[in-house]
Design a protein around this ligand. Structure first.
Ligand code: HEM
Length: 140
């Protein structure tokens, strides 16, 4: 069970953060070869597919993350590990909110989506820090 949960957590992290990196580093710069109309058609199609992938990754990260907290941290006294873990969870929740804001097709999020490149940079940077903290928690 423990290995299964660890695998689920890692698979979801790789898929979610890898997806953000792909959008930002590969897809967005490549869109420049298309005209504005083709660009928005392609981006819309990609966004529709990214929606279910990112929402699944978020649900799996939360479920397996809570399991991991219960398994490895619950009995630990408050200390450095808990502080780093708490910081990681807060960063993850902010990151999840940005991704949900970019992918939920509600008009309230139109202003966020208008600056999607900026928000993708913020989200990916946070993901990189979350992975750094996770590596530290595991081996530190
Ligand atoms: C963007 C979101 C997240 C990413 C990219 C992420 C990534 C990772 C990675 C790469 C590991 C190391 C796994 C290993 O070495 O086997 C890990 C471990 C862990 N994650 Fe996450 N995680 C995320 C969100 C969460 C959330 C929301 C929680 C809690 C609710 C959580 C709790 C944990 C715990 C408790 C561990 C075990 C740490 C240890 O080995 O001491 N994670 N995570």
């Amino acid at each position: 069970m423990t290995t299964l949960m660890q695998w689920i957590h890692l698979m979801a992290a790789v898929t979610g953060i890898g997806g953000l990196a792909f959008l930002l580093l590969i897809l967005m710069p490549s869109l420049r070869v298309l005209n504005p109309e083709q660009r928005s058609t392609l981006f819309q199609a990609v966004a529709n597919r990214f929606r279910w992938a990112s929402w699944s990754a978020i649900a799996l990260l939360l479920a397996s993350g809570i399991y991991n907290v219960r398994q490895y941290y619950w009995e630990l006294a408050w200390g450095r590990s808990w502080s780093f873990l708490t910081f990681k969870i807060i960063l993850s929740l902010v990151l999840f909110s940005i991704v949900l804001g970019l992918t939920i097709p509600w008009r309230v999020f139109d202003r966020l989506r208008a600056r999607r490149q900026t928000w993708l940079i913020v989200a990916l940077s946070m993901g990189v820090v979350v992975i750094l903290i996770s590596a530290y928690l595991r081996r530190g």
